[in-house]
Ligand binder design. Structure first.
Ligand code: SF4
Length: 217
């Protein structure tokens, strides 16, 4: 993993190139949590369709009371809709512990919240860390496939488990919610604009810093 300066330089270059992303695209913390489940294994465009279908009823009260089959139909566009309906129910049940109030959940220590989220069926580390960072103001760096792809290509040592990689990144950047929020969003933007599966390196703002380890990523 590069030193603190290099990771910060990557962040600053991306921020300068793309500007603040102002994530997560959601009106409420609960909508953000729902989006984090719906986006599993699908594109954001499909998530938007599902969120649109839920318009006017995107509340924990509705999700907890609607029958599974009805909820699954509403979120059909996001794929794996039957499983995701069950996951949404479980996540909402957990949120009920805090009276569906993000401000109440935010009073709890981040590590405890993370354990609680990971105990929910269908919530993995990436989803949990997204919810913690973007809905509950607890900085946990979100490690997704784009993060691994870009940092590996740039020359970072990414061996180990999800949490090993997350910890290495967290040690390389200031513990600042804004940076965690923007850095992950900027990585996603960069993966879409330049560093796709087959990258488009010409004109890439990170080209000078990049080892271009394209193979096996
Ligand atoms: S130079 Fe190429 S491989 Fe490196 S970050 Fe840019 S697009 Fe990705």
């Amino acid at each position: 993993m590069p030193d603190k300066k290099s990771l910060l330089e990557i962040y600053e270059t991306l921020l300068k190139t793309y500007g603040p992303r102002n994530w997560w695209p959601a009106k409420t913390p609960y909508e953000m949590m729902v989006g984090a489940i719906l986006t599993q294994n699908t594109s954001w465009r499909n998530v938007e369709k599902a969120i649109n279908n839920l318009k006017g009823c995107l509340t924990p009260e509705f999700v907890s009371s609607v029958p599974n089959e009805e909820l699954a139909l509403l979120i059909r566009s996001s794929g794996y809709h039957n499983q995701k309906a069950i996951k949404l129910k479980s996540l909402t049940e957990w949120f009920g512990k805090y009276a569906y109030c993000a401000a109440s959940a935010k009073k709890v220590d981040g590590e405890i919240l993370r354990e609680e989220l990971l105990a929910i069926k269908g919530v993995g580390r990436e989803t949990a860390d997204s919810i913690l960072t973007y809905a509950l103001d607890k900085p946990f760096f979100v490690v997704d496939a784009y993060t691994k792809r870009i940092l590996y290509r740039l020359g970072c040592d990414l061996s180990g488990s999800y949490d090993d990689i997350r910890t290495k990144i967290e040690q390389g950047i200031p513990n600042d919610l804004y940076i965690y929020n923007e850095f992950h969003a900027l990585i996603v933007e960069h993966a879409k604009r330049y560093c796709m599966k087959t990258p488009s390196c010409e004109g890439c703002p990170l080209e000078e810093k990049c080892q271009k380890r394209i193979i096996d990523t």
